[in-house]
Design a protein around this ligand. Sequence first.
Ligand SMILES: NC(=O)c1ccc[n+]([C@@H]2O[C@H](COP(=O)([O-])OP(=O)(O)OC[C@H]3O[C@@H](n4cnc5c(N)ncnc54)[C@H](OP(=O)(O)O)[C@@H]3O)[C@@H](O)[C@H]2O)c1
Length: 252
Amino acid sequence: MNKKTIWITGGSTGIGKALAIKFSSKGWNVAVSARRVELLNELCDQNENIAAFPLDVTNKEICFEVFNKIKSKFNDIDICFFSTGTWDPKKEKDIDVEQMKEVFKVNFFGTVNTIKAVEQHFKERKNGIITIVSSIAGYRGLPNSTGYGPSKSALNNLAESLYFDFKRYNVRVCLVSPGFIKTPMTDKNDFKMPFLKTPEYAADQIYDGLVNKKSFEIHFPKALTITLKILSFIPSKIYFNLVGRLTKYQKK
Ligand SMILES: NC(=O)c1ccc[n+]([C@@H]2O[C@H](COP(=O)([O-])OP(=O)(O)OC[C@H]3O[C@@H](n4cnc5c(N)ncnc54)[C@H](OP(=O)(O)O)[C@@H]3O)[C@@H](O)[C@H]2O)c1
């Protein structure tokens, strides 16, 4: 039987790296992408099914080139997992327009660049999965999240829009909404993260959701994500009051 192939962006650390190891351990070909070549190479040295395809997702042309290289090496791509993301809590407290543009450039347009690179492939293939990694921060506005939250909300909307477009081609668009996972990204947080989980836990949840289930959204841990989903339905006045108290948001 031919081995299946997954392309993972954001694969040098955190959730993407753990997912690469998970899929590789299940016998899949794994193409990993990120900017730090040395980290990608280390990962490949330790896992024979993983191959490195460095890229910066903000460069649209490079995204196409990398897609073509992966296709030439493995002949096919069954699943794409686009998890590139950036977050700097220190820079999210004010309205810093340049910082907000930078976050959107990576989180939103970087993801769009990679989706664009695989669009034709999946439309012709008429099968497969395009996965967009968002966040619980995309559900509703949170304090001190002027760039990251809005970029993730935009991804949620994009994923729903693309769901319709790709369904006509029998291609599944999947949204992943992790809660707090211990990675280099969240190591910068100076607040207590409820229900904090490991990248390996995240990888198990995502693997199961992609391979064994068919739902649009993969979200975890459920104790946190379901609570937040309920909060997303309540009126703004109650939401602001509750979240303000939970996050100890102070008046200036
Ligand atoms: N950890 C959490 O609690 C959590 C919760 C919700 C959602 N998420 C989302 O999950 C995804 C993965 O996050 P993580 O927690 O695993 O963080 P992470 O360990 O910091 O991983 C981020 C990845 O994105 C890559 N990256 C950043 N900018 C890039 C660029 N311009 N081009 C290519 N690759 C780039 C990084 O690699 P290089 O620096 O080597 O390029 C790294 O591999 C992100 O989209 C994040 O928003 C995380």
